[in-house]
Each structure stands twice: as C-alpha cells, then as structure tokens.
Write a new protein. Structure first.
Length: 437
C-alpha cells in the first residue's frame, strides 16, 4: 500500500497495473460468496422452502436466496434445511412450540403458484418467541425476476426485525483484470449485491480504476487510461452511454459524487502536485480546494454534503483530513497509527471507515467520529478500496486470497465477514451502489 501511495506521484499507471494483473482469462460470471467468519451473536432464523404448486421446478429457489441473504448480512444464522421440524407454507400451519425447541427466533414461510407466465409469491414472517405473525405480503414476479423478488423479500424481513432498511436489492460495481503486458485486459462489471447477475459494461486494453456510483444509482464515474493518460468518465450503467469529464495533463483520479449528484470531487495534478478539486457537473467548471506540497487524493463527501474527507501525506505519512466543501482550512481527523487512507463515511456520518496499517498489514478499520476510537475490522494482510453499503451494515473492499485479487466484505461491527472470489480473473476496486428506489 505504501508503494502504491508513492506511485501516485510517479509511475502511478505502472504500479496499479502490476497490482491487478493476473495471467488468467476474464469472462462475465457471477461471484460466489464464501463465508469466512460468522457472528457468534447472529439471530437464529428458520426459512422454510416455499411450497410450489406448479409443474416441475422453479427457475430459482426463492427461500434459499432469502436464507443466504440473511446469513450474509452477519446478523442472522439460518437453520439448515435438515434441522427444520416441519414444512409449513402459511402462518396457520405453524406450531410455535415446535420451533422453540430448535431455538428458532424467527420463522419465514411461503408459497409460490404459477399465473400464466408469472408467479404469485406469498411469504410471511413469524416471531417464534412472541407466537405472532410479524409480516406478510403477496407479490408477482416473472421467472427472470425471481432472484430480485427474493432480495426484496429479504429486505422486508431484515427491516422488520432490525429496524434497518435492507440492502440486498442493491448492486456493486468492480474492476476485473486479466493477462499481463500486451495481453492485459480490463473490464468494469455491475452485479447484484450478492455477486450474481454480473454484467460487463466496459472492456478495455487499458486500466480502469476508482468506480463510483451516482446518488441515483444510474451512473458510474471511473478513471480510464484508454487515451494514454488518466481521464475521468461518467457512464450510464444501463445504456452504456458515457462522457469524458476530464483529461487534464497528469493525474485525473479518485472521482466522488456529492450527495445531491451535482458535483464530483476528484484529485488532479494539472497544476503540479495532486490536489483536491470539485467539478460542477452542469458547467464542467473545476474549483481547486487544496493548495499544498503534499499528495492530496481519495476525496469523499460527508453525508450532508457540507464537507469532504481526503487522504494527504502533509504530516509525513498518509492520514485523513476534513475540510469544508467550499474550501478553507483542513483539519486532521486520524491520529491512531502512521497510515490511514481511503476514508468513507457511514450513511449517518457517525463512523469513518478507512484502510489502516499495523505490523501485520493493511486492514479495514473504523473510527467513531465522537470518541475518535479506532477499531480494526479485518485480519487480512492487504485490504484496500473500502465501500460502505447504503444501510451502513457492511463494508466491501478489495483484498488478496493467495496471489489472486478478490473482493471481501465485513460487517460494520467486525463480527462477520465473507469473500467473493472470481475463478477467472483478478477483481478489484469495488463500489457499493446506493438504494435503487
């Protein structure tokens, strides 16, 4: 990570290209979640296979997707199907005492029936200890949208139990790299939050870096080297339509959308050292916010849009600083350790997630903004590019699994984690979308 920081000023392209290249072949494919640590405080829940009244089988196992979603959140521990005491399909068929005996705290049941080329899905959530029905809904889905419907159901269950909006229906974007030297290929992907339905939206012979979602979840800003120098582009994730926003001499990097979607913060070196600038997207006018001999990069906005956080080595090593979105004096906000970078705020602005370094490597950590207490969340050796789920419960980041670059995720309390490895290619630079509606 420290080498990557120095490379920002000289040899930026070479260092980052070497970081993410592997001699493999990249193809569009799903990322499969591998749980690496489960929470010992996860709530037991039983998700019964949904009864299907049609012929043959369903294109997707809706109940299994719901169960997987809840498990991946780190807050629930679904019972295995072999542990289910019965297979009810409605609340009327539930005997609560039976589920208490297997320590299920909550119970999900449902049924699916075909209606022409659609499916009618009914699901219910029960509080086992309270002996009552908490939630019930009927929805219609096409066969191709059954996975999306399952994520929707997971969102409703998660919010009903925790009081926090579920983020299972959101998306992620990431960069895949393959090959080496003249055979290197890069691609930008968009996938569901669980890694499924991966779609390639850009392919290039040159590096793609720093993707960032617009607040409406429709566009992605990123850095591309396709013109021979770094440039910032904005692309519509659905249509592929894109525009080039900057191509100044030197570094054009680290785009970050303002919460209202009207501005883009970035790091530019067009006037010498990398500094923080803000572009008005309506006028394309850029305003310089910092003026320092240090490297200033990786800006991000506070949730209220009034301030920016950014990484600077003005103290002699990378640390995080905060300043008004209109410019002015910057205030240092990280003091624990000699390396803190890539700051990202929680949606409520109370927690700052970042990459920190200690004797064992580079890790995702969080800092309480009231107490300044820092808690390390991961135990891997090379973590970077953290991105926070829109509900603040999970952080996705890039890490290493052996020699391969993979995506990792950790709960905001650090109790649960999983990885999303790719069997073909190196994956890096993840970004979690906002809520999509």
């Amino acid at each position: 990570m420290s080498q990557g920081w120095k490379a920002l000023a000289s040899g930026w392209l070479l260092a980052l290209t070497a970081l993410i290249c592997l001699t493999t072949t990249a193809q569009a494919q799903n990322l499969t979640i591998e749980i690496t640590r489960g929470s010992d405080q996860a709530t037991p829940i039983a998700v019964v296979p949904f009864e299907f009244s049609g012929q043959g089988g369903l294109p997707q196992d809706v109940a299994q997707i719901v169960s997987d979603d809840l498990e991946h959140s780190g807050q629930f521990s679904p019972l295995s199907r072999s542990s289910l005491v019965s297979l009810p399909s409605s609340s009327q068929d539930v005997f609560y005492d039976d589920w208490k005996r297997v320590d299920a705290r909550y119970l999900v049941v449902g049924k699916i029936e075909p209606q022409g080329d659609q499916y009618r899905i009914q699901y219910e959530l029960m509080d086992v200890l309270g002996g009552k029905r908490m939630l019930g809904e009927t929805l219609t889905s096409s066969g191709g949208n059954l996975r999306a419907s399952a994520h929707y159901i997971s969102d409703q269950i998660f919010e009903a139990i925790t009081g926090i909006r579920g983020a299972f229906s959101t998306r992620i974007t990431y960069v895949s790299a393959s090959g080496a030297g003249e055979n290197a290929r890069y691609a930008l992907y968009v996938a569901d939050a669980d890694g499924y339905n991966a779609q390639q939206i850009l392919s290039s012979d040159d590096p793609i870096l720093s993707p960032a979602w617009s607040p409406d979840g429709q566009k992605i800003a990123y850095v591309s080297f396709e013109s021979g120098n770094s440039a910032i582009y904005v692309q519509n994730a659905s249509t592929g339509e894109r525009v080039r926003l900057t191509s100044f001499p030197g570094i054009n990097g680290a785009p970050a959308w303002s919460p209202d979607g009207r501005k883009l913060a970035m790091s530019l070196s067009k006037d010498g050292q990398p500094e923080i600038y803000v572009m008005n997207l309506a006028t394309r006018q850029v305003t310089r916010l910092t003026n320092n001999s240090a490297i200033e990069t990786e800006p991000d906005w506070t949730p209220d849009g009034r301030s920016l956080i950014f990484t600077s080595d003005r103290s002699g090593a990378p640390q995080l600083y905060r300043m008004s979105a209109n410019g002015g004096q910057a205030e240092r906000v990280t003091f624990t350790g000699n390396y803190n970078s890539d700051g990202r705020f929680s949606p409520d602005g109370k927690t700052l997630f970042m990459v920190t370094r200690d004797d064992s490597g580079y890790h995702v950590a969080k800092q309480d903004m009231d107490t300044n207490r820092v808690t390390v969340l991961t135990d891997s050796q090379w973590d970077e590019s953290p991105s926070v789920a829109p509900n603040g419960t999970m952080i996705i980041f890039a890490t290493q699994q052996g020699a391969q670059g993979v995506l990792g995720a950790v709960s905001s309390d650090g109790r649960a984690s999983f990885r999303l490895p790719s069997t073909q290619g190196d994956v890096r630079e993840p970004a979690w979308s906002p809520f999509l509606n």
